[in-house]
Structures are given as structure tokens and as C-alpha cells.
Design a protein around this ligand. Structure first.
Ligand code: FES
Ligand code: FES
Length: 161
């Protein structure tokens, strides 16, 4: 059985039919072709599937697709500017070498954005807490945390969009 779902995706109104058992992750990837959102564990453990729903970071692998009706969803595809320029958080990940295979990066970046949107100047503990649900198998986390140190970096100097 399917239902029509209407919601806002990366600033654009979307209408899509989805089976009732689908998760938001499956709706994004299979229903809409937004494959920037990754599936890792599929059970809420790794954070690879993180997207922002109404300002909060969520594990889309656990989020029932039908519950997205009327919500505002941001995926990694919606973060760069329209001319292709990367978001300051994405630039920070590149500059600090916080990306290796990149599989965790969309989720990491969106968890970081959700944090910075509600707290533009988090301390180290707040940064670590916000990213605690995002697992990285490659970087050892140091470069990722370094990208958010309040050291006059672009993330801190520029208004976060
Ligand atoms: S795929 Fe969703 S938390 Fe791992
Ligand atoms: S960069 Fe490979 S899992 Fe994080």
C-alpha cells in the first residue's frame, strides 16, 4: 500500500508516492534519487544517514517516510550554494582533511550544521556531543573535530547559512 507524501526538500516542494513501510532514507535514495544520504548500519548506530528535519538532525534510516508529511528536510544536496560553491562547513572539512573515503561525510556535515544553526559558537564538548552519533572508519576524528575549533576558521567567521 502506498500514500502520497508532500514535504519540502532542500527548499523545494515535493510530492511523492511511497510504500508505507519505507523509511525516509529509502524515500530519499530510491524514491527521489537523492543518493548523497548514505546507508551504513541501517539501524540508528552510525549516523551515515543523517539529514536535518525541521532543524533537527535525525537518522533517516529510522524515520518513517510517512511522518515526513509537511516537514522541511535538508539533505547534503541542499547545502552548497546554487553556483556550486561549497557551504563553509564543507570547506572546513576539505581544508582540515576531515574527509577520506567520504562515506560518513554527508552525515557529519549535517550534524555539524544542525549544531551550528542552534549554537554558532559551541565549545569542544558540545561539538563532540553533537557528532557522537556519527561514526567514521577512516579519519580518527581528530581532523573532523579540528575543523570546528574556534580558531578564527571560516566556519566561525562567516554566518552559517
Ligand atoms: S544508516 Fe542510519 S544510523 Fe546507520
Ligand atoms: S571518511 Fe571514511 S568513514 Fe569517515
Amino acid at each position: 500500500m502506498k500514500s502520497l507524501i508532500r514535504f519540502k526538500l532542500n527548499g523545494h516542494e515535493v510530492e511523492v508516492e511511497a510504500p508505507h513501510h519505507w523509511t525516509l532514507l529509502r524515500l530519499l535514495r530510491e524514491g527521489l534519487g537523492y543518493t548523497g544520504t548514505k546507508e551504513g548500519c541501517g539501524s540508528g548506530e552510525c549516523g551515515a544517514c543523517t539529514v536535518i528535519v525541521d532543524g533537527l538532525s535525525v537518522n533517516s534510516c529510522l524515520y518513517p517516510a510517512l511522518e515526513i508529511e509537511g516537514c522541511d528536510v535538508l539533505t547534503i544536496e541542499g547545502l552548497a550554494l546554487e553556483d556550486g560553491e561549497l557551504h563553509p562547513i564543507q570547506k572546513a572539512f576539505v581544508e582540515y582533511g576531515a574527509v577520506q573515503c567520504g562515506y560518513c561525510s554527508p552525515g557529519m556535515v549535517l550534524s555539524a550544521k544542525a549544531l551550528l544553526d542552534r549554537n554558532p559558537h559551541p565549545d569542544e564538548e558540545e561539538i563532540r556531543h553533537a557528532l557522537a552519533g556519527n561514526i567514521c572508519r577512516c579519519t580518527g576524528y581528530i581532523q573532523i573535530y579540528s575543523g570546528f575549533e574556534p580558531s578564527g576558521h571560516v566556519v566561525w567567521e562567516d554566518p552559517v547559512q
